[in-house]
Design a protein around this ligand. Structure first.
Ligand SMILES: [Mn+2]
Length: 372
C-alpha cells in the first residue's frame, strides 16, 4: 500500500555555491538537458527540482530516470509535485471501478503529447494499451518492475527549508514552515495560484512551481519567473510543454546568502528564431486572455480573423480565427504590441496577413515589421 505523506526536510546549503532551481519539467527531458547546458550546470552547483517531473511530455520515464541518475552525485535535490504524487496514487488505486476514466486520460495524453507516463511504463513491461482491460492487466507488472522508480518518487520531500529559502511545489498553507507538517501532500503540492491566493508574507522566500506564471498577468503574456517581494514568493513555472510558447525556467541564486536582487534566471524554449528588421514601440493598453478566463462571444466570424468580445473584461477585438475554441472559448491570446528593436531575435508563433505573434525575452505579443 502506498504511503504518500507530507515530508518536511531541513538542509544547510554550503555558502559559496551556486543554487539552481527548476520545476515542472513534465516529461520534457530535452528542455531540461538543454537548460542545464545553457546554465553550464556542474557538480559544483546545487540543483533543486521543485516537482512535477513526469506527465504531459513524451519522455516521462526517461526524465525520471535521468533525475534519479543525477541525484547519485549528491548535488541534485528533487521534491515531489502534485502530478507525480497523483500518478503514484492512481496507479496504486487502479481497479475495475476507475480504470475507464484513467484509460480515457491516457488516450487524451496520447493524442496531444504522444504518450503518457503510464503508457511508457506499461510498454516497457511489454504491454500495449488498447483498452481499459489492458491498462488494468499491466498494473501488477508495472508495480513490480518499477519498484525502484516508484520508491524514489514516494520518498521525495514535499517541503525543503534551507537557511534562506523554502522550496515546495505548490505553496505553504501556513506561514511557519513547521505548521505545515499536518497538511496533506496535495494541499502543499497543489496550491493553485499560490502567489495570489495566499495571505501570508513569509519569513524566508518560498520558491514554487506548479502554477504557470503566465496565468498571473491578465495584461501581458509573460513566462519569466516572478519575484514577489511583499509576500516573499518566487514563482518559476514557465509552462514548459504545456503551451506552445511555454519555456522551462532555471532560477540562478549565486549564493545561499545573497540578496534577492542578485537572483537571475535562464530559460529554454524549443523554437527557431527570426531576426527583426524594424523597431516597434510597445502598446500601453493590452489584454492577455488565458485559459482560466477565456470565455468569449463571437460577434463576427471571419476566415482569417474574427471579431470577439471577451466576456469578463468586456473588451472587443479581432483575433486570429485559428485561436477560436468552439463557439465561446479562445486559446491563450494577447493583443499586446511588443517593444522590438531592429536585430532582436523573435520566436515566431503565428503568422497572419496583418502581422506576427512572436515571443521575445519570455514575453508574447504582436510584431508588425519585417523579419529575416
Ligand atoms: Mn503541478
Amino acid at each position: 500500500m502506498l504511503n504518500l505523506t507530507t515530508k518536511i526536510e531541513h538542509i544547510t546549503v554550503e555558502a559559496g555555491k551556486r543554487i539552481l532551481v527548476t520545476s515542472d519539467i513534465h516529461g520534457n527531458l530535452s528542455y531540461f538537458k538543454k537548460l542545464l547546458k545553457k546554465a553550464e550546470f556542474s557538480e559544483n552547483d546545487i540543483l533543486f527540482v521543485v516537482g512535477d517531473i513526469v506527465e504531459k511530455g513524451n519522455e516521462n520515464l526517461e526524465a525520471l530516470r535521468y533525475i534519479m541518475k543525477l541525484c547519485e552525485k549528491g548535488n541534485v535535490i528533487p521534491l515531489i509535485g502534485n502530478v507525480d504524487a497523483n500518478r503514484l496514487k492512481i496507479i496504486d488505486e487502479l481497479c475495475e471501478d476507475n480504470v475507464n476514466g484513467f484509460y480515457k486520460y491516457i488516450l487524451n495524453l496520447r493524442e496531444w503529447a504522444g504518450t503518457s507516463f503510464y503508457e511508457e511504463l506499461a510498454n516497457e513491461c511489454g504491454y500495449t494499451l488498447n483498452s481499459a482491460e489492458d491498462v488494468l492487466a499491466a498494473k501488477q507488472a508495472v508495480i513490480t518492475h518499477f519498484e525502484k522508480e516508484f520508491g524514489f518518487l514516494v520518498n521525495l520531500p514535499t517541503v525543503i527549508e534551507t537557511q534562506s529559502f523554502v522550496f515546495v511545489h505548490g505553496g505553504l498553507r501556513e506561514r511557519r514552515v513547521s505548521d505545515n507538517a499536518d497538511k496533506g501532500i496535495f494541499e502543499l503540492t497543489k496550491f493553485d495560484a499560490f502567489m495570489e491566493n495566499t495571505e501570508h508574507s513569509f519569513e524566508k522566500y518560498v520558491i514554487v512551481g506548479h502554477w504557470p506564471v503566465c496565468l498571473y498577468n491578465n495584461r501581458i503574456q509573460q513566462f519569466n519567473p516572478i519575484i514577489n517581494k511583499d509576500k516573499k514568493i518566487i514563482s518559476i513555472d514557465g509552462g514548459c510543454g504545456v503551451k506552445k510558447d511555454g519555456q522551462l525556467n532555471l532560477l540562478i541564486i549565486p549564493d545561499i546568502n545573497c540578496s534577492v536582487n542578485d537572483i537571475t534566471y535562464v530559460s529554454y524554449e524549443d523554437a527557431s528564431y527570426v531576426k527583426a528588421l524594424e523597431d516597434q514601440k510597445a502598446s500601453d493598453n493590452s489584454i492577455h486572455i488565458s485559459w482560466i478566463d477565456n470565455e468569449i462571444q463571437i460577434i463576427d466570424k471571419g476566415e482569417e480573423f474574427s471579431f470577439i468580445e471577451h466576456i469578463s473584461s468586456g473588451n472587443r477585438m479581432h483575433i486570429p480565427s485559428s485561436y477560436l475554441r468552439g463557439e465561446n472559448k479562445c486559446a491563450d491570446y494577447t493583443d499586446y504590441v511588443l517593444p522590438v528593436n531592429k536585430g532582436d531575435s523573435l520566436l515566431l508563433i503565428e503568422e497572419t496577413s496583418k502581422g506576427y505573434i512572436v515571443k521575445k525575452d519570455g514575453v508574447t505579443g504582436w510584431y508588425y515589421g519585417r523579419y529575416v
